[in-house]
Design a protein around this ligand. Structure first.
Ligand code: FES
Length: 173
């Protein structure tokens, strides 16, 4: 489908007509609504899976709002991502209980093991590392959410096991 074009081009609607069409559809449907910017960004995030910088520029131009306003919304709300997510998403809860319980150490370990920064995806598209807010499992802090599964009382050594398990699962797939 989109596999034969470079990742940079894939996330840029000015170079990817298929992506531009999908965004145009969302813009058409929602641009006349009150609070349209937020609605449109939400729709793009949920239907396309990310709101890259070129997409933010494209939306700003189309709605005739300053790009800085769009960037501001995207950086304020943590559920927006600016890159396509990987096959697996590993989220680290940074709510108070998890933070105090050692989430920063888990994040350090994961970054070191996977070799990417938070908010990024590995080059092979397998793993995305993200932060999240309290997921309501504070009694099990610190909590890591892998895809939809919550793992509680995670220690740095367990992070390595969890990542290995994901890799094994993919090898066996
Ligand atoms: S603070 Fe992490 S689950 Fe509540």
């Amino acid at each position: 489908m989109l596999d034969n074009i470079s990742p940079t081009t894939q996330i840029d609607p000015t170079h990817n007509p298929e992506l531009a069409d999908r965004i145009d559809e969302i813009l058409e449907e929602h641009k006349a609504k009150p609070g349209s910017l937020m609605v449109i960004l939400n729709e793009v995030q949920s239907k396309i899976g990310f709101v890259s910088e070129p997409i933010q520029d494209y939306i700003a131009k189309s709605l005739r709002v300053p790009v800085s306003k769009v960037h501001g919304v995207i950086s304020f709300y943590s559920f927006f991502t600016t890159q396509p997510r990987g096959k697996h998403t590993i989220k680290f809860c940074l709510g108070t209980a998890c933070y105090v319980g050692g989430a920063p150490q888990l994040i350090d370990k994961a970054k070191q093991l996977v070799g990417i920064e938070m908010g990024k995806t590995t080059d092979d598209g397998q793993i995305t590392l993200e932060e999240c807010r309290c997921v309501g499992a504070c009694s099990q802090a610190p909590v890591v959410v892998i895809d939809e599964t919550i793992h509680g009382r995670v220690k740095p050594s367990k992070v390595a096991q969890l990542i290995r398990a994901l890799e094994k699962e993919d090898e066996g797939a």
